[in-house]
Design a protein around this ligand. Structure first.
Ligand code: BG6
Ligand code: MG
Length: 223
């Protein structure tokens, strides 16, 4: 397959921000005296904000009004925003900056498909906003594992889904990509949680773009 575009999740793929989301949720769970199980961390990865709150509240969810839930989610978000204030290009995960620059220099369009409403601010703080031709709006798509946000990203780049390769660290995200009309999924993390991806790498450093995009560049030069 000759790929023509790349689509990235943000938290846990490009930047080490999944850790900051978890830190903020954990503080809220502690304040509410909610248990933090062994699999809570994995469950929260990639989930949008209100769905994440439901995981934290668990069986107690029915005891909270919608208004209180919104206030709790907003409290977590304020804490998260405090934590991302100190982000800098040093917080890019291994290989992320190099891969984005490699694609950008070769005019391979790049989109973001993140569930996070804070994504534009995070890209700015990391100094990588300019690499992105399109940022899919999470408020306009059903949350992952629905494929909608990845399809919106492909559409934003005007590249058919089957010619896009997408990167995810969360199981829900890999499921979303695999449901996106022939899109190819690269799982960034471990085989145990991302087993359904087409390729799995420990980090973006281990992904060699030459194997996936060079033929696209050659084809463009020849035609
Ligand atoms: C995802 C993260 O990218 O964005 C989740 O993996 C997070 O942990 C979700 O809950 C929503 O983020 P935000 O910034 O809109 O609360
Ligand atoms: Mg992620």
């Amino acid at each position: 397959m000759i790929y023509r575009a790349a689509i990235f999740d943000l938290d846990g793929v490009i930047a080490d921000t999944a850790r900051l989301h978890l830190q903020a949720w954990r503080q809220l769970a502690e304040a509410l005296q909610r248990p933090w199980a062994d699999d809570t961390e994995e469950k929260l990865k990639g989930l949008e904000r209100m769905a994440s709150l439901e995981v934290i509240l668990g069986g107690e969810s029915g005891n909270f009004s919608e208004e209180t839930k919104l206030a709790l989610a907003s409290r977590k978000n304020s804490r998260y925003q405090e934590l991302i204030r100190s982000l800098s290009p040093e917080d890019l995960l291994p290989g992320a900056g190099k891969l984005l620059a490699w694609l950008y220099e070769r005019k391979i369009p790049i989109a973001l498909a993140s569930a996070s409403k804070n994504a534009p601010a995070v890209l700015q703080a990391l100094g990588i906003s300019d690499f992105f031709s399109y940022i899919a709006d999470p408020e306009q798509s059903a949350p992952k594992p629905s494929p909608e946000i990845f399809l919106a990203a492909a559409q934003g780049l005007q590249v058919e889904a089957e010619f896009c390769i997408a990167f995810e660290d969360a199981a829900a995200g890999v499921t979303a990509i695999k449901a996106a009309q022939g899109m190819t999924a690269v799982g960034v993390g471990s085989e145990s949680t991302l087993g359904s991806a087409d390729y799995i790498v420990g980090s973006l450093e281990m992904f060699d773009p030459k194997d996936f995009f060079l033929s696209a560049i050659r084809a463009a030069v020849v035609s």
